[in-house]
Design a protein around this ligand. Structure first.
Ligand SMILES: Cc1ncc(COP(=O)(O)O)c(C=O)c1O
Length: 371
């Protein structure tokens, strides 16, 4: 049965402002990375308070740029959450690192000190900790930073889903570890494809900029670092500047949608727990947990049949075929159970109140057995 109504999983809000920004860039005579990227970097730093911002062409490139800047070597052990979008792990694996996958917390779906300490017991020589703010919910950053300092771990925060989030009221990115963001189309701020790295550390930024662009130093065609091409275009950066002006509105809108979902569906579903330190989650993805896999699958099918687009968020990395073909089996039962029960409902910068009401109405009909 085809539904007459359609609610997409995530619709970006791009219109007159972004059109104008693209046209102005096209007319400016400078399309590649240039003045508009510099301006976007400055605005990103103003937004989060981070001392340095380096814009790149997507979030995966941001991860690779950061990892290459840290000088990650083949064989280095990197602690990585298994419950994440695959790019977190793939980036380290692409550089030859040995991924040590960590199970997640059952309530936040993030990793925290408990999971990290257990992994460090088994892998005391780990070189780096790559942690992820799942769905835009900040991890316990202070606890993680303390642990990383104690164990002399390099620290990289994959906040691809968390631009605009705050931890104890401090914006992510405004830290002296390294944080990356994605500006892909479904994110809180989009450049269609894009990403950025932020840090307050002074010692890494010059190298990051070199890695971003073939390691080319001051002299043309003289390559002083190993680098690749992770450059954004000024067209993307101009869209980013236009989007950034509306970021506050998008974050508030997503929060309103999330609060309404939680208020109206809490009788039947469990949600990602928001600890008090997570003073502003971004709700890039709105995840729910059904009672079990059978209920999740039936709920998903019902929503889809009634025109509500959904996603089952990520098979954990240890279940990905490419990972299983290369690495020994890993046991992460919490991520397995989360994956079996999780579903993400529509949320996005252009979602209307009527879309939200419709999703809730369809969900209610499913649970009340009144199809
Ligand atoms: C946690 C995480 N890391 C990395 C990425 C990669 O970002 P991109 O799609 O911009 O390459 C994503 C994707 O959105 C992600 O969700």
């Amino acid at each position: 049965m085809a539904s007459e109504r359609k609610v997409y999983w995530s619709v970006p809000d791009v219109g007159a402002d972004e059109k104008q920004a693209v046209i102005e860039t096209l007319d400016s005579g400078w399309l590649g990375m240039g003045p508009r990227t510099k301006k976007f970097e400055k605005e990103l730093s103003e937004f989060t308070g981070a001392k340095h911002s380096v814009v790149v062409n997507n979030g995966t490139s941001a991860l690779l740029t950061a990892l290459m800047t840290f000088g990650l070597q083949p064989g280095d052990e990197v602690l990585i959450p298994t419950y994440t979008f695959v790019a977190t792990a793939s980036s380290a694996i692409a550089l030859g690192a040995k991924p040590v996958l960590i199970d997640c917390d059952p309530e936040t779906f993030n990793i925290g000190p408990v999971q990290i300490e257990a992994a460090l017991k088994a892998h005391p020589k780990a070189k780096m900790l790559l942690f992820v703010d799942v769905a835009g919910l900040p991890c316990d950053i202070d606890a993680i930073r303390t642990l990383a300092a104690q164990h002399k771990l390099l620290l990289l925060e994959d906040a691809a889903e968390a631009f605009g989030a705050t931890y104890n009221k401090n914006p992510l990115g405004n830290y002296d570890h390294v944080t990356i963001f994605s500006f892909h189309i479904a994110k809180q701020v989009t450049t269609v494809e894009g990403g950025a790295i932020q840090t307050n550390r002074d010692d890494l930024v010059e190298k990051m900029r070199l890695v971003r662009s073939h390691g080319e130093g001051k002299e043309k065609y003289v390559h002083v670092e190993l680098g690749l091409n992770f450059r954004p275009t000024d067209i993307q950066s101009a869209i980013g500047s236009a989007q950034l002006k509306k970021a506050g509105h998008y974050l508030e809108l997503r929060d309103r949608i999330a609060q309404q979902y939680m208020r109206e569906l809490g009788h039947w579903l469990t949600f990602q727990k928001v600890p008090s330190y997570a003073t502003r989650p971004t709700w890039m993805i709105f995840m729910v947990l059904a009672k079990d896999k059978a209920q999740r699958d039936a709920f998903n099918a019902y929503l889809n049949a009634h025109g509500v687009d959904t996603r089952i968020p990520w098979p954990p990395v240890h279940h990905q075929p490419y990972f299983q073909a290369r690495f020994p089996p890993q046991d992460c039962p919490v991520a397995d159970r989360t994956f079996d029960r999780a579903l993400s409902l529509p949320i996005g910068n252009a979602m209307t109140q009527s879309d939200v009401d419709y999703v809730i109405d369809v969900a209610r009909r499913f649970f009340e057995g009144k199809p």
